[in-house]
Design a protein around this ligand. Structure first.
Ligand code: NDP
Length: 335
């Protein structure tokens, strides 16, 4: 295998995120570039080919995808499909000998996440999850305040991640495709609880799923989910996620004051206020996605561990499963 200083990335699934954020970001990246695409929609293949000057030999559909194994232009496969499809495409990519980036939520069960991690290990390929905030400088800086106990110990925290989702027949409303708000936006709230405390939860104290639109969120699929997560030392974190409400905050109560991050998750403009001052490094969209992909490409080139490896996605899916279990049984669940 020849050493490269710039990796070729192929995006799998040319929906909203690939089209509006990742492809534009790949025009800004320094250590990787948009080399190929995998799509089930021929018209998109045609449009992307023209717009981004992608050669025919680097364009695949879901049937021809495995032939990417023979394509030296493509080093990394970035899976940007509905969550129920992540496992299959991550494993096929790893078996084709490619490094893999996979969007959040990593998959729909911890078992699937484990199989994805194993496939990448077996093929000696890197696996990164698309938690862009972990690459984001304002997020990195408030996490440092917590880690270094700058405001004393964390006492409690709360995190909310949600927006008004007006679509009615998208995969987000389809359980089989990985729908449900806890998978989609809930993983941000779960990340907030973990990044905000710098700790791993030990249990779900209580959880509740609900919907105000049962004709859209059918058969108990969650439009809104709330939970209280227990962390070591008795720290409790309340999380809320919703497709019916615009919420976007992380509040971290410490001995010597509060860190308030709002918006907590955004493509730009993440701001953290605390008695120590404001954290607000500015940048514009889609710099965040470019930073994430450049960081991950650099780690691959330098043969270093990924900043956000598969194990990090797995942790959150374990918590998702525990929250759903607690909501279904009405009891606390250990993690
Ligand atoms: P979209 O629905 O907009 O796009 C998904 C694409 O997947 C489709 O356009 C299609 O592409 C392909 N696809 C293949 N099979 C199916 C199927 N059965 N149903 C629907 N689509 C199918 O989704 P998003 O782009 O919003 O989300 C994709 C992933 O990215 C998700 O995991 C999501 O959570 C994540 N995401 C992450 C964000 C972040 O900030 N990190 C932000 C937004 C999304 P084609 O026609 O090319 O085959």
């Amino acid at each position: 295998r020849q050493k490269k200083d710039k990796l070729g990335v192929a995006l799998v699934g040319l929906g909203y995120y690939s089209t509006d954020l990742l492809a534009p970001a790949l025009q800004q990246t320094k250590n990787c570039y948009l080399a190929g695409i995998v799509t089930g929609t021929p018209a998109k293949a045609e449009a992307w080919k023209k717009k981004y000057n992608i050669p025919d030999k680097n364009i695949y559909n879901y049937q021809t995808f495995d032939q990417v194994a023979n394509n030296p232009d493509i080093d990394v496969i970035y899976v940007v499909l509905p969550p129920s499809m992540h496992k299959e495409y991550v494993i096929r990519a790893a078996n084709a000998g490619k490094h893999v980036w996979c969007e959040k939520p990593m998959a729909i069960s911890a078992g699937e996440c484990g199989a994805m991690i194993d496939a990448c290990k077996k093929n000696k390929r890197s696996l990164a999850i698309g938690y862009r905030l972990q690459h984001e400088p304002n997020t990195q800086e408030y996490r440092k305040l917590v880690k270094q106990n700058k405001l004393g110990k964390v006492l409690k925290a709360s995190c909310g991640a949600g927006y008004v989702e007006n679509r009615t027949d998208h995969w987000k409303q389809n359980k089989a495709l990985g729908g449900g708000v806890l998978y989609d936006m809930g993983v941000y709230a779960i990340q907030g609880s973990r990044l905000g405390t710098g700790l791993e939860p030990v249990g779900v104290m209580t959880a509740k799923t609900s919907t105000n639109r049962p004709q859209i969120y059918k058969n108990g699929l969650d439009e809104t989910t709330t939970a209280t997560l227990a962390f070591p030392g008795g720290i409790m974190v309340d999380i809320k996620t919703s497709f019916g409400e615009n919420i976007n905050y992380l509040n971290i109560n410490c001995d010597k004051g509060e860190i308030k991050v709002a918006p907590y998750q955004a493509y730009a403009g993440v701001i953290a206020d605390s008695p120590l001052g404001q954290i607000n490094h500015p940048y514009t969209v889609p710099w965040q996605q470019a930073k994430q992909m450049d960081d991950d490409a650099t780690s691959i080139i330098q043969e270093k561990p990924m900043l956000v490896p598969g194990e990090e996605g797995l942790r959150d899916i374990r918590i998702v499963e525990a929250i759903y279990k607690s909501a279904a049984t009405g009891r606390p669940v250990e993690i």
